[in-house]
Design a protein around this ligand. Structure first.
Ligand code: BDR
Ligand code: CA
Length: 320
């Protein structure tokens, strides 16, 4: 499967890159980056560094949005985000300075070019704010509509948010862009907190990745230890390392991971106490067609096991 990952590369994004790298059926065409967990420049650097760690030095990285729609200033991550993902976005793990530069093409033009080249044979996974996707659709709706499948880690339809009681991080980081995408008519599989909070890392899994004593295993274990200790809900309670972005990558590759899904037309509430809430679009309740598939249950234990085993395999391979 031809895959592009659109990321705000923090820890679970780095785990998603690693998971994609471990899957024989994934042909990673590139990574596009945006602000979110970190500034966009850091997301780009982390993506390049992760690809080098994984030996994927021919996978291009195209840098994208540095701020949400309508913002005058470049985005600066909140102290809470810096705590969840670390000040460098990857749990203070020090990876070698990347030897490669990002593409000279920006993320939007990269997405459009790949959509034109691969069309229905392209799968896009967004796991950061939806700014790059919104910008690309705005610029070339025909190309972006031709993409075979779009899977987005975004939102919280049946559970509370993780930034506020209502809003999930990727949505609230650019609510205007997300609303635009949901109302654009694009078909999107929505992998929100509804399902990602069911897929948690275990301390035993992380410890197993350390056993081969390889660069990949040690780096991913160290990042995951950090994330495991620092991811909290809006009330400050520990979440315990939800596999948000890896689950979106998995669902793109293996849709059978979904056990329950609700087709609906989504929108966002804006400007009220429930700002950023992903919810059914009242104006489109009677439409005959729906554009979003909201995942509400998954083979959580099975996925968490497969994920941990896939990373362990990478760690072992690196040692050999
Ligand atoms: C999402 O927000 C980001 O912090 C994570 O990388 C994930 O994509 C979880 O709400
Ligand atoms: Ca992310």
């Amino acid at each position: 499967m031809n895959l592009i990952l659109d990321l705000d590369t923090g820890i679970d994004d780095a785990l998603a890159i690693s998971y994609a790298a471990s899957q024989d059926d994934a042909n990673l065409l590139g990574i596009t980056t945006a602000f979110g967990n970190v500034r966009v420049e850091t997301a780009t650097r982390n993506s390049l560094a992760m690809l080098e760690l994984l030996g994927l030095t021919d996978v291009p990285v195209a840098q994208g949005a540095d701020r949400p729609w309508g913002a005058e200033e470049k985005y600066v991550p909140s102290e809470t985000l810096l705590q969840v993902h670390g000040r460098n976005g990857i749990g203070e793990v020090v990876l070698p300075e990347p030897q490669r530069m990002p593409e000279t093409t920006n993320a939007v033009d990269f997405l459009i070019a790949k959509a034109r080249e691969y069309g229905k044979d392209l799968t896009l996974v967004t796991a950061g704010p939806m700014t790059n996707l919104a910008d690309a659709f705005k610029k070339d709706p025909e190309a972006i509509s031709s993409i075979g499948k779009i899977v987005s880690m975004a939102g919280a339809v049946t559970v509370p948010g993780n930034v506020t009681r209502y809003a999930e991080a990727n949505i609230i980081n650019d609510a205007a862009a997300a609303k635009y995408v949901f109302e654009s008519g694009l078909d999107i599989t929505v992998v929100g907190l509804d399902v990602t909070l069911r897929t948690l890392l275990s301390g035993d899994d992380i410890n197993a990745w350390k056993q081969p004593n390889s660069a990949i295993g040690n780096a991913l274990a160290q990042m995951s230890d950090y994330y495991y200790a620092n991811e909290t809900d809006p009330d400050g309670n520990s979440v315990g390392g939800a596999l948000h972005d890896p689950l979106a990558a998995d669902i793109a590759l293996h849709p059978e991971t979904i056990t329950y899904q609700v087709p609906m037309n989504l929108t966002l509430e804006v400007g009220s106490e429930s700002n950023g809430r992903t919810i059914g679009n009242l104006n489109r309740l009677t439409d005959e067609t729906t554009t979003a598939i909201v995942c509400t249950n998954v083979e959580a234990a099975d996925f968490s096991r497969r994920f941990a085993a896939a990373i362990l395999k990478l760690a072992n391979r690196d040692q050999a």
